[in-house]
Design a protein around this ligand. Structure first.
Ligand code: PEP
Length: 303
């Protein structure tokens, strides 16, 4: 049996001291910095308690990116419409909403399983930055997550990886969890260089970010050609890149960090394709645009 735990693949399982253990090649041992309880080494292989691996499994995270949609009253109405549909104790559900909707949405989702996210912020706490919103403002309003580096911010508003990296560090320093977006254009996909491009984005955007921070990070793989186009990456295409992102994290940090980081797919995910995408071992959730504004979002949460 081969089962993925992040970048690690178990060769098979057996029973040791009445406990089911999975076997992994010994070369992974040095990558596991913090050996979990149930971790054992034997010549040529390492063994990890299956029970422990299940405990280590990543929690699914489904986030809506409302973009520039919904007035405050429409936002509150959408929260009411989705309230029962998005109930699921096993999933982190996040609404990333326009700045003006944050306060009413935070009020509307109080006492539910929904977390509030922002779509953007600026790296300074306060001052002469007309039109911007700061991390302390978001925190006080009840925001827990913030989207950083969405392709629309990169392409329409000219955000580059230096600013995106500064935003990731500022978000962590402020107690916000970044949802860091990466992904390739259609031209890069066709040229076949998309994996190198995404690897570079991850390396730039996580410069000087610590392993402990990355363990709590959410990365959204969003091929630009699939955003808002109705064209979805196939589950295999999405899994290929999400696995590569996890390998990049293992190379930059260690296997435990790669195992912990949550990676979403985003790009025309909908009620019809969510289950297949989410069944892949390296896809831990979704970042959803258009379908997050409809009852379909509940079906994606429960896919
Ligand atoms: C997005 O904007 O992050 C996104 C994935 O949009 P859509 O689901 O509409 O493609």
């Amino acid at each position: 049996m081969r089962q993925g735990i992040g970048v690690l693949l178990a060769e098979n399982t057996d029973t040791l001291a009445n406990e089911t253990v999975e076997h992994y090649p010994a070369c992974y041992a040095e990558k596991i910095m913090r050996k979990p309880a149930g971790f054992r080494e034997r010549s040529g292989e390492i063994l990890i308690s299956k029970k422990r691996r299940i405990i280590m499994a990543r929690r699914r995270i489904i986030a809506g990116n409302w973009k520039m949609n919904k007035t405050p009253s429409e936002a509150v109405a959408l929260c009411a419409e989705l309230k029962d549909l998005v109930k699921n104790d096993a999933v982190d559900v996040v609404y990333c909403v326009p700045a003006i909707d944050i306060v009413p949405v935070a009020e509307a989702v109080k006492g539910t399983n929904v977390h509030v996210g922002a779509e953007n912020f600026y790296i300074e706490d306060k001052g002469a930055f007309t039109g911007e919103i700061s991390a302390p403002m978001l925190k006080e309003a009840g925001v827990e997550f913030v989207i950083i580096g969405h392709s629309e911010r990169r392409d329409i508003f000219g955000e580059n990886d230096i600013l995106i990296n500064a935003k990731v560090k500022k978000a962590f320093a402020s107690g916000l969890t970044p949802i860091l977006c990466c992904g390739e254009s259609l031209a890069l996909r066709k040229a076949g260089t998309y994996k190198e491009w995404i690897k570079r984005q991850i390396e730039w955007d996580l410069t000087d970010v610590t392993a402990d921070q990355v363990k709590t990070l959410v990365i959204a793989y969003e091929p630009i050609w699939a955003i808002g186009t109705g064209e979805t990456a196939t589950a295999d295409q999405a899994e290929e890149v999400c696995a590569m992102i996890r390998e990049t994290i293992a190379e930059m940090y260690d296997a435990a960090t790669a195992e912990a980081v949550r990676i979403q797919y985003g790009g025309s995910m909908n009620a019809g394709n969510a289950a297949e995408l989410l069944s892949k071992p390296n896809i831990d959730g979704g970042l959803i645009g258009g379908a997050s504004l409809k009852p379909d979002f509940g079906q994606i949460v429960n896919a």
